[in-house]
Design a protein. Structure first.
Length: 126
């Protein structure tokens, strides 16, 4: 049972203010949607030009830990060559977020997995 319902209520309002990485993207060159075991959903959108991630965005209905992991992952991916973005790993995200809860570490795996899937979506296009 998910006890985080109150944490989910104001996701959009919390994130739309001051987070340039939060939101959906029209016509991304790569995208993915994953649902974590906790029930949080993570969407990742990439705009890639000349094999470089020019813009990365995430969108989630998830808790605080899911949101901060999505932001950290999108921020790290932006500006990187596509293949270098595949070197981003959950441990990097966890280490960069000292205030992430111990129970929220799985959110880093969700965010990075969504990034990987978005990169795969781009790589699989003709």
């Amino acid at each position: 049972m998910n006890n985080k319902s109150n944490e989910h209520d104001d996701t959009a309002s919390l994130q739309s203010e001051g987070d340039p990485f939060f939101g959906r993207m029209n016509d991304p060159t790569g995208s993915a949607v994953l649902v974590g075991l906790c029930g949080d959903e993570m969407e990742f959108y990439l705009y890639i030009r000349d094999e470089r991630i020019v813009e990365a965005k995430y969108y989630t209905n998830g808790c605080r830990d899911t949101r901060i992991c999505g932001r950290a992952t999108a921020e790290r991916a932006t500006g990187k060559p596509v293949m270098d973005a595949l070197a981003i790993n959950p441990r990097d995200i966890i280490d960069a977020l000292p205030d992430i809860s111990e129970g929220g570490r799985h959110c880093a795996i969700l965010a990075v997995s969504a990034l990987y899937r978005a990169v795969a979506d781009f790589l699989m296009k003709p």
